[in-house]
Structure formats: structure tokens, C-alpha cells
Design a protein around this ligand. Structure first.
Ligand code: DGY
Length: 323
């Protein structure tokens, strides 16, 4: 029997690309450039499986292309807001993702941003590189304490809980959270965490706010001008979730007016474009969507996609089926 044909939309760690090639007839994107909608449509007609990633937009228009051969989208990433899930469902396409393996690395990046924003790390780095550091003095670049401060988590899934563990057990932070459904009482007790009845309540009470809700229509601009006004003037906003959860213009305005003290972002509305106002601000730390970017995590993500494809093509239950 011939091997199923699989298209990988971007480069993956070499070890997983090699494993894929043992099991499937694989087409790699050797140039590692984003594929167009037309290329995805054609791929849907010519491959048994496509493995897109979180930067590939698979709209209803793309997914409803006629004469499809593809039966499964093995997404390289836990987030799938770039795939029109309803269209995939009605087209009979299976979608899988990669939960679990990127929890700790993404939580580490949230803590990196929190610490950098609080302690003005990026600003200090720029100062030193620019030859503008003239030596230590008692009032230089004073900043905010992290240890013992209050951290609010909007969303309380795996990544938020990992951030909470690091923050509470490592930095003695008090943890507040909002979650649509009740959280596991064992986890809540371990973290001595307190649920807030609303996002508004959480925003008013925290020194640091970290976003961990999924992207998409229901959370678009959840953090808007009105809600930013509720935050303390000393507070910092951290976003490692999805860019469109925050209204970028409202955040630029809030940071310019010093309505809040700082922000740390790993994700952006319309990335890799970023709001030009962000570049002008000193009180923001900007990372290029590094959440899961460790060798071990990216390898584990590839292995997860491989396991899902393997299960699909051997008729077993899919470990990470979304649809
Ligand atoms: C994901 O998997 O959704 C992440 O954003 C990639 O780091």
C-alpha cells in the first residue's frame, strides 16, 4: 500500500521531519515561507493530510474548495483560531492540535515578560547598548516588585495554571483568576488561588494581569479602553495568548498616558505586523511569539502531530482531536 501524502506547511525540527518521512510521503516547505490561500486550496485537493501551523489562515473559503482529497488537518500548535472549525466540521475534515507539550515553555515566556516589564529589562538593555548608562545611582530605573505582588490570570487552563505555580511557589505571588467553569479544587488549594466574579473585579485588584484565554470572536478586544482604565496605574499587562484579545490602539493609548505602568507582549493583532505605536513606547516589552520556541517543545509538538496522523491512518482513536 502506498504511503499517505502529507504536506507540512513550514519547517519543523529536523528530527521530526525525518520521522515523518519514514511513515509518509512528505512534502516539506524547504523555503519556509508562508503558503498562500491558493496554495492551501490546491494542497487540499492533492494531499491526504495537511499539517498547517498557527500562522496559516484556513478560512471557510479555503476549506470549502471543491474536489478535496485531504481528510485531516494535523495542526502544529495548540491554538486553532486560524482554522474555521465550523467549515472544517461541515466539510468532514478532522482537525487535531498539540495540547500539553507547550504548557511550561509558554508559561516561562509569560513569566519572562512579567519580570521584564516589572523590572524594565528591555529598557535597561536598550540603555546599555546605546552607551547611555553612566553608572549605578540610587534613583536609576526604579521599578516594581514581583515577589509578593498579586497576579491575575484571565483564563485558568493548563498554561495559566503553570504560570500560577511558578508565580506562587517561586515568587510568593497571590493568585486571582477568572474562569468560565469551576476550577479543580485541588489546584486552587495548592495555589491558594481566589476566583474573581468578573474580569472587571480582577483588573481592579491586580498588580500584574496575564491573559490565557483562547483567541477568536468571543474574546476579541476583551481588553479594551474601558477595561484598561480599571487597572491600577502601577499594573502591567502580559499577553502570551492571542493578539486580538487586546485592542492594540487602546493599549498604546493607556501606556502613553501612563494609565498602566507597562505591558509585555508575545502575540499581536495581525502578526507579524505590529501596531506602530508599540515601537515608540519605552514601557512595553515586545517578543516575536516565542511562547513555545524551545527545541524540546517544538520537537514534542511535531511528535504530537505525528502521533495524530499515525492514529488517523491506522484507524485508531485520535489523541488530540478538535473536530
Ligand atoms: C500555539 O501552539 O498555539 C502557540 O501559540 C504557538 O507557540
Amino acid at each position: 500500500m502506498s504511503k499517505p501524502s502529507v504536506l507540512i506547511s513550514r519547517r519543523w525540527p529536523a528530527s521530526v521531519e525525518a520521522k515523518l518521512q519514514q511513515h509518509f510521503h512528505v512534502t516539506l516547505n524547504t523555503e519556509d515561507r508562508p503558503l498562500s490561500a491558493a496554495e492551501f486550496k490546491s494542497a487540499l485537493q492533492h494531499y491526504d493530510a495537511i499539517c498547517p501551523t498557527v500562522t496559516d489562515t484556513l478560512s471557510a473559503e479555503v476549506l470549502t474548495v471543491a474536489n478535496k482529497r485531504c481528510r485531516i488537518l494535523g495542526n502544529f500548535g495548540v491554538g486553532y483560531n486560524h482554522i474555521d472549525i465550523e467549515a472544517a466540521r461541515s466539510e468532514g475534515l478532522i482537525v487535531t492540535n498539540t495540547p500539553g507539550v507547550l504548557t511550561e515553555s509558554t508559561a516561562d515566556i509569560a513569566m519572562t515578560l512579567l519580570l521584564m516589564s516589572a523590572r524594565r529589562g528591555a529598557e535597561g538593555d536598550r540603555l546599555v547598548r546605546a552607551g547611555q548608562w553612566h553608572g549605578w545611582c540610587p534613583t536609576q530605573m526604579m521599578s516594581s516588585d514581583v515577589t509578593g505582588a498579586t497576579l491575575g490570570l484571565i483564563g485558568f487552563g493548563r498554561i495559566a495554571q503553570a504560570v500560577a505555580r511558578k508565580a506562587h511557589h517561586g515568587f510568593g505571588m497571590k493568585i486571582l483568576y477568572t474562569k468560565p467553569s469551576p476550577a479543580d479544587p485541588v489546584i486552587v488549594a495548592d495555589l491558594q488561588a481566589e476566583a474573581c466574579s468578573s474580569v472587571e473585579e480582577l483588573l481592579t485588584r491586580c498588580d500584574y494581569v496575564s491573559l490565557h484565554c483562547p483567541g477568536g470572536a468571543s474574546t476579541r478586544h476583551l481588553i479594551n479602553a474601558e477595561r484598561l482604565k480599571l487597572m491600577k496605574p502601577t499594573a502591567h499587562l502580559i499577553n502570551t495568548a492571542r493578539g486580538d484579545v487586546v485592542d492594540s490602539q487602546a493599549l498604546v493609548d493607556a501606556l502613553n498616558k501612563r494609565q498602566i505602568a507597562g505591558a509585555g507582549l508575545d502575540v499581536y493583532e495581525g502578526e507579524p505586523e505590529i501596531h506602530p505605536g508599540f515601537r515608540e513606547l519605552e514601557n512595553i516589552t515586545l517578543l516575536p511569539h516565542l511562547g513555545s520556541a524551545t527545541i524540546a517543545t517544538r520537537t514534542a509538538m511535531g511528535e504530537k502531530v505525528l502521533a495524530n496522523l499515525h492514529a488517523f491512518f491506522t484507524g485508531q482513536e485520535l489523541p488530540d482531536r478538535v473536530v
